[in-house]
Design a protein around this ligand. Structure first.
Ligand SMILES: [Zn+2]
Length: 411
């Protein structure tokens, strides 16, 4: 067994808005899992002193568009997942591998979309690029699929499905609703592109009439990706589908996001908010996108920062069926150590978010393994430095880690 004690934590934020943050505490990690908060660890193999900084769950980007590995033709870039890790993202969920060059969105067949998803699941979804947990292999739902297609996807470990190119002229024939039922019978999550046409030019407009008829689990980028449904539709969806998660992405219309947060607040349902970047894509490659989302909803939309962190971590994980995003005993130790950057008037990361000041990241851990040890390549450093002592498990460089296995290397 390997163990790591995180000590001198100035503030611990759980990623669950029902749990109050804890000041001046410790965190014990054993074999990559959170073993205890506030107790134990005297004989831990290694020690990370957070030096008064904030510890919170790693960010969960609920909406990314991988292609293969860390390559994205959307912005002619490689290495984007490494950069997102340094922006604090430890898990991400594919909203469809739709940037594959040459893919004709108007000629998608059930066999083709299933083949793409299976290939993605067994390549990008297997290798953990740069150590990030990537839930890749998302089926782009098209007309004509049978229950056998859903069985095959389920057998291959696929757990995410997405409506984006589906022909909503056939809404009355019951097929889309049947897909949602088949998905739920196999514990899969269904996301729907909402609002106007995307960069592809081929996605289908989906307003309240479509969303409320199909009842997906997650209403994708409800405040714009980039064009949101009309305000009246946003309000109708939030009021009419009380069990549905709604997603805000970096591709958003900022004004519409204030409407979403206001409506969720009015209904007392901020627990339904999930966050993503909807990148790489037309919005770009934005390693600090998730941090900026939290800053925006906390500082401009008026959401309390504990809830904003929960939206970016535990809630987004739960909405997509991922086991991460919350600091609690037994959960994977996917963590950030972060705090105010020199020059900010904030005293901890929550104050940073409330002010809209980007916090600086010192460390990023996935399954208890430091993938960023003392300083992010993508944020300025926090004003305090962390220190490491003793034996620390490390991930071997340039070796992809099989999904589901602990990172290799030790001591
Ligand atoms: Zn998208």
């Amino acid at each position: 067994m390997s163990s790591l004690l995180v000590e001198d934590i100035g503030l611990l934020v759980h990623g669950d808005r029902s749990m109050a943050p804890i000041r001046d505490t410790t965190l014990l990690i054993e074999d990559g899992l959170i073993a205890a908060i506030g107790t134990g660890g005297d004989d831990a193999d290694g020690v990370l002193s957070a030096n008064g900084l904030t510890v919170m769950p790693g960010l969960v980007d609920g909406h990314v568009h991988p292609t293969f590995g860390e390559w994205t033709p959307a912005q002619n870039a490689v290495g984007w997942i490494h950069n997102y890790l340094h922006g604090g993202t430890t898990s991400m969920v594919s909203a469809g591998e739709l940037h594959i060059p040459g893919l004709a969105f108007d000629a998608l067949t059930p066999e083709l979309v299933l083949s793409i998803a299976i290939t993605s699941k067994h390549t990008t979804g297997r290798m953990r690029p740069s150590g990030v947990k990537v839930d890749a292999g998302t089926v782009l739902l098209v007309p004509g699929m049978t229950e056998e297609h859903f069985d095959r996807a389920h057998r291959e470990g696929i757990d995410q499905l997405k409506f984006i190119f589906y022909d909503w002229n056939r809404l009355g024939d019951g097929e889309a609703q049947r897909y949602v039922r088949w998905a739920h019978e196999r514990r899969m999550t269904v996301k729907m592109h909402s609002g106007g046409v995307s960069r592809s030019g081929s996605s289908r407009v989906a307003g309240a009439d479509v969303v409320m008829a199909v009842r997906p689990d997650v209403v994708g980028h409800i405040s714009g990706g980039p064009i949101p449904p009309p305000d009246s539709d946003i309000k109708a969806i939030i009021a009419g589908l009380p069990d549905t998660y709604v997603e805000v992405c970096s591709s958003n219309n900022y004004r519409a996001t204030t409407v979403v947060v206001d409506e969720l607040t009015r209904h007392g349902r901020l627990d339904r908010l999930t966050l993503g970047t909807d990148t790489p894509g037309g919005t770009g490659v934005i390693p600090r996108g998730m941090l900026r989302n939290v800053c925006f909803i906390a500082s401009v939309c008026g959401m309390d920062p504990v809830s904003a962190v929960a939206a970016a971590t535990g809630q987004t994980a739960r909405a997509h069926g991922l086991r991460t995003g919350v600091i609690a005993e037994g959960m994977p130790a996917d963590l950030l150590v972060l705090g105010p950057i020199t020059g900010s008037t904030a005293t901890d990361a929550l104050e940073c978010f409330a002010l809209g000041d980007l916090p600086g990241i010192a460390s990023v851990l996935v399954d208890g393994v430091p993938l960023v040890a003392t300083r992010s390549e993508q944020t300025p450093p926090p004003s305090r430095s962390v220190t490491w002592r003793g034996a620390v498990r490390r991930r071997e460089q340039n070796r992809p880690t099989p999904a589901g296995a602990h990172a290799s290397g030790c001591c």
